[in-house]
Design a binder for this molecule. Structure first.
Ligand code: 1GP
Length: 259
């Protein structure tokens, strides 16, 4: 069943063409800073805040961050879990994700089986997501024992995304890995988008407006950035967020100009 947060995301995608989400790693920023970043993201036009990170282990740190962010913004807070410990009852929803190109069944269905009863018990909205690691893959590729899809093999990304759709997932995420030196190539995004009818999320290595524009223009429905809000002054963070969000709008506009 499509829940409240998912419906909200779909409505915003429908309305804006493509949307931005800020990812916050609770191990990299304090809860107070997370709240400020979220406030700025919402003010500049982000549609939601995702909270998670590849190495998150402290549930109390996660809960603290989620609570601070929830108090600061009215856009939804969605968990982006690395494992069963990354669940917080204070969030609005959780990406219920399966790492489709992992070689370890734990990341495909094992952790999900362990987590499902708790998610039901605390009433978190679970949004089904096929997660696919491409390119360098970064830390998530290593931890998730993924077989990353080479950048020059977009047909493999298409096959994974189609599998996600046929398995009933409603979103697919092409992940280049946080801090990747190259984001997911536009050609891969385009080919995947043309092949599927579920929503496409793209993230990893997007650092500037041009890269965000290219991703949106190629057909990404949701563009996620995380690293741009780490280790900078508040003013720099605002400028970067603004640049990326404007880039997404330009990318959407460029889609219609192409037709
Ligand atoms: C990582 O796709 C996200 O899971 C965001 O990546 O940190 O490189 O923006 P960046």
């Amino acid at each position: 069943m499509v829940g409240r947060v998912e419906k909200y995301l779909l409505d915003r995608i429908n309305c804006e063409g493509a949307i931005h989400i800020t990812l916050i790693d609770p191990e990299k920023v304090t809860p107070e800073v997370a709240a400020l970043i979220s406030t700025d993201s919402e003010a500049l036009g982000s549609s939601a805040i995702m909270i998670g990170g590849t190495t998150v282990v402290s549930q109390s740190m996660l809960n603290d961050t989620v609570k601070h962010v929830k108090e600061a913004v009215s856009i939804p807070v969605i968990l982006f879990p690395n494992n069963i410990t990354a669940i917080s009852e204070y969030a609005d929803a959780i990406w219920f994700m399966s790492l489709l190109n992992s070689a370890d069944p734990y990341f495909i269905s094992g952790a999900q089986v362990l987590a499902a009863p708790l998610i039901r018990k605390i009433g978190l909205e679970a949004i089904p997501l096929g997660y696919v690691i491409v390119g360098e893959g970064g830390s998530v590729g290593v931890v998730g024992k993924a077989c990353p899809i080479p950048y020059n093999k977009p047909e493999l990304a298409v096959a994974h995304a189609l599998a996600a759709e046929f398995l009933g997932m409603r979103f697919v995420y092409l992940e280049a890995g946080s801090g990747a030196s190259r984001p997911v190539p536009p050609r891969m995004i385009k080919m995947v988008k043309e092949a599927i009818s579920i929503k496409l999320i793209v993230g990893g290595g997007i650092r500037n407006g041009l890269q965000a524009k290219e991703a949106a223009k190629s057909g990404a429905d949701i563009i996620v950035t995380g690293t741009i809000v780490e280790g900078r002054s508040r003013e720099d963070i605002r400028n970067k967020l603004n640049e990326v969000i404007i880039g997404i709008k330009e990318g959407v506009k460029a889609r219609s100009e192409e037709v």
